[in-house]
Design a protein around this ligand. Structure first.
Ligand SMILES: NC(=O)c1ccc[n+]([C@@H]2O[C@H](COP(=O)([O-])OP(=O)(O)OC[C@H]3O[C@@H](n4cnc5c(N)ncnc54)[C@H](O)[C@@H]3O)[C@@H](O)[C@H]2O)c1
Length: 431
């Protein structure tokens, strides 16, 4: 192709990170942005005029999808990616999807089949797989540094209480207020699957007690744990969500047949990447400890430090894959791996609602495994679930008062986007 790829971005809040990659990328250009929130479009208008580039602005998806684009980046609501991805691919566009890939098992099947039918590139923007420590583990595992995985851990601890007004705007039905603990699972599960190349075959889900302050911000929140069996028999433990610590924690650990690697938990005391290799003698080996640097596209990477250096690569490898380049083929996360990551959370939720029972994770690469899930719409979003609506938690599903959302909205609207120092004062639940 002797011109730049024409790419549009749907959702300009998190999408701003991809927009900034497109501003500089040598092989692609930002040509359109769609968001229903006018201040976001106003900001892009000012920015693009300053840069002397033309960006078409849309406040609704139906008009946006008609625009002349090669590809679309979806950074809209986390539970609505699959239906929009399917529409884009059927319209002839490649898709890069923010997390999560799908909200239901039925969507997982339809997403995969749409990629197969249209032949479009689908890539999953799980930027945590490209954080410097996680990406270094991926490369080292590939080199055989620790042998075959036996046990691993992925940890994404993020207490969003303080910023909750600014990311939910006081909307009762915002996806963040409706999501269950196990839903947002791919920051912790994702790197365990990209590093090892393994597939999940079984999941058991757990949830921690609900954080007492969180209902006063509009959502009773907690953390989830998924215990996953991988297809070689190894065990993977994923933990993510609201637990108390600041700053949050993004750590990974892998044990293998010849050694182990783990990320340092406190940057003041440890290196971000630590590797132990056993020698040819039992129980005798060496450590390597260092802070990894960007390797691919290092010149571009210097501009994108967000999320541990991960924010460049999902977009970069998506572009490379569309252009048929080997690094895109190798490192872009495809629909099968994306669905593997995402459905572990969907099925873990069912596990924990049913007393932590083990649930088999289907391999949706196999057409014969799809029919069992094709019409499975169970989730926590009433408009999607119909009569298969699931509770958000096994612990406490009391309805939160309207006044709580008004309180949160007030914080959001306060000049300077005030963060929450305190939750709603008083009982947050309806009697
Ligand atoms: N990978 C990461 O590190 C990371 C970090 C933050 C958010 N995210 C993901 O980014 C996505 C967006 O999250 P967010 O933080 O920007 O908050 P958000 O979900 O509240 O914002 C989504 C944006 O899309 C717009 N939008 C949604 N549906 C629309 C529609 N039908 N028409 C027009 N505009 C629409 C909204 O106005 C909003 O600006 C989510 O999928 C989230 O999981 C990822």
């Amino acid at each position: 192709m002797n011109r730049k790829l024409r790419i549009g971005v749907f959702g300009g809040y998190r999408g701003n990170s991809m927009i900034h990659v497109l501003y500089r990328h040598p092989d692609a250009e930002l040509v359109a942005v769609c968001d229903k929130y006018q201040p976001i479009l106003d900001k892009i208008k000012t920015e693009s005029e300053e840069k002397g580039i033309q960006v078409a602005l849309f406040n609704n998806f139906d008009d946006f999808i008609e625009y002349d684009m090669d590809a679309v980046i979806l950074a809209n609501y986390a539970n609505e990616h699959a239906p929009f991805a399917i529409r884009c691919m059927k319209k002839g566009m490649h898709v890069l999807s923010e997390v999560l890939p799908c909200e239901t098992m039925a969507q997982a099947v339809e997403l995969i089949e749409t990629v197969e039918e249209t032949g479009k590139v689908y890539a999953y923007a799980e930027n945590y797989c490209y954080m410097r420590h996680a990406f270094e583990m991926w490369r080292k595992y590939e080199e055989g540094a620790i042998g075959e995985v036996t046990y691993c851990e992925g940890e994404y601890i993020h207490d969003c209480s303080r910023i909750w007004p600014n990311i939910t705007y006081g909307e009762r039905d915002h996806w963040r207020n409706r999501m269950y603990a196990a839903f947002y699972c791919t920051h912790s599960i994702g790197p365990m699957l990209t590093v090892t190349g393994r597939r999940p075959v079984q999941v058991v889900g757990f949830e921690t007690p609900i954080d007492p302050a969180s209902a006063g911000l509009g959502a009773a929140m907690n953390a989830a744990i998924e215990m996953i069996t991988l297809d070689n028999g190894a065990i993977a433990r994923s933990v993510h969500g609201l637990l108390k610590r600041e700053p949050g924690a993004v750590n990974y650990m892998f044990y293998g047949s010849k050694g182990m690697m783990e990320s340092g938990r406190f940057k003041e005391e440890t290196k971000k990447f630590n590797l132990y290799r056993e020698s040819d003698k039992l129980c005798i080996g060496d450590w390597e400890k260092y802070d990894p640097e960007a390797q691919d596209a290092a010149e571009l990477a210097q501009y994108y430090g967000g999320h541990g250096g991960g924010d460049l690569y999902a977009t970069h490898y998506f572009i490379q894959k569309i252009l048929g380049r080997p690094d895109g083929e190798k490192y872009s996360i495809d629909v099968y791996k994306a669905v593997d990551m995402g459905i572990c959370g969907i099925l873990a939720h069912r596990s924990l609602l049913n007393g932590n029972i083990p649930i088999k994770v289907p391999n949706l690469r196999n057409p014969e495994e799809r029919d069992a899930w094709r019409n499975d719409h169970a989730c926590c979003t009433p408009e999607v679930a119909g009569d298969s609506l699931l509770p958000r938690t096994a612990l406490d599903n009391r309805r939160i008062k309207d006044e709580v959302y008004e309180y949160v909205k007030g914080l959001w609207l306060a000049e300077g986007k005030k963060e929450a120092d305190y939750p709603y004062p008083g009982n947050p639940y309806e009697e």
